[in-house]
Write a protein that binds this ligand. Sequence first.
Ligand code: SF4
Ligand code: MG
Length: 336
Amino acid sequence: MKTLLEVENLSVSFDVYGGEVQAVRDISFEVKEGEAVAIVGESGSGKSVTAQTIMRLIQMPPGKIKSGSVKLGELDLLKLSEKEMRKVRGDQIGMIFQDPMTSLNPTMTVGKQIMEGLVQHQRLSGVMAKARVIELLTMVGIPNPETRLNQYPHQFSGGMRQRVMIAIALACNPFLLIADEPTTALDVTIQAQILTLMKDLQKRLNTSIILITHDLGIVADLCDRVLVMYAGQIVETGTKREIFRNPKHPYTKGLLKSLPRLDQDKSEPLIPIFGTPPDLIKPPQGCGFCSRCEFAMTICETQVPDMTELSTTQSVRCWLQHPYAKQTDSSGGKGA
Ligand code: SF4
Ligand code: MG
């Protein structure tokens, strides 16, 4: 598979009262053509900032890109002018946000909103654009599209509005769809429908997806590969199977233990991850997860582990898996 998106050594900060929040700290990853990648982590882990940086939606200042590059094919997105970037947004990368009500314009019919991108990016005539809107509404499962296109967002349910957002995001056949918590505002049955829809469309259109979520549970169906973020860093990456069956980072294991499972014995309690993430104005000198980790060793407090490759697809940022520490540190875990 060809690489579609390549993020390299990206660091993003925000100036706030009291200092500089290092929201994203030197992350690198790629997304292949047609691949669905999940970025998972608690709020404040840097996942939304990563998505917004790819889309160049970070407000600067207070935000600043400290280092790194974001390449979409041959394009270096961080070097494009705002005008060039507007062409990329919508045309090459589509985006779906958590709350469709705030991203849709309440005073404009749904049909007009879908049409905007088509007219702007694809220069379709009015008649052609309308036909395409009907096609898109049908594709995302909205019944009676001829009537619905003349209605306003408030006339749609939450789930239907998110379908409209997906139609807008996919209108120009983008290579990449970025979905930031796309189902968080919806109830569980509707969540499942939206995820199924995204999965079907992804397979049908061969669009790559970056799905951002705090909920590992919704990743299982949709994604091929998972990146786990913690305190602005990627702490583990792997195929869906590796992350679910054989997680190696204590934080990934914690996320999985806090997840309800259908096959779970009711007497087996869900275990939350205790503690809070570190202050990213002053990130810890060692491993970011140290203060919450039951396996923390002496070395964890002073040195950040780099990523250790466990297979061609799985890597982890943890001293427990690091060949150097395995040889030299025998202090054992806090919990041992
Ligand atoms: Fe825990 Fe140390 Fe691994 Fe960090 S590096 S997750 S503190 S064992
Ligand atoms: Mg977020």
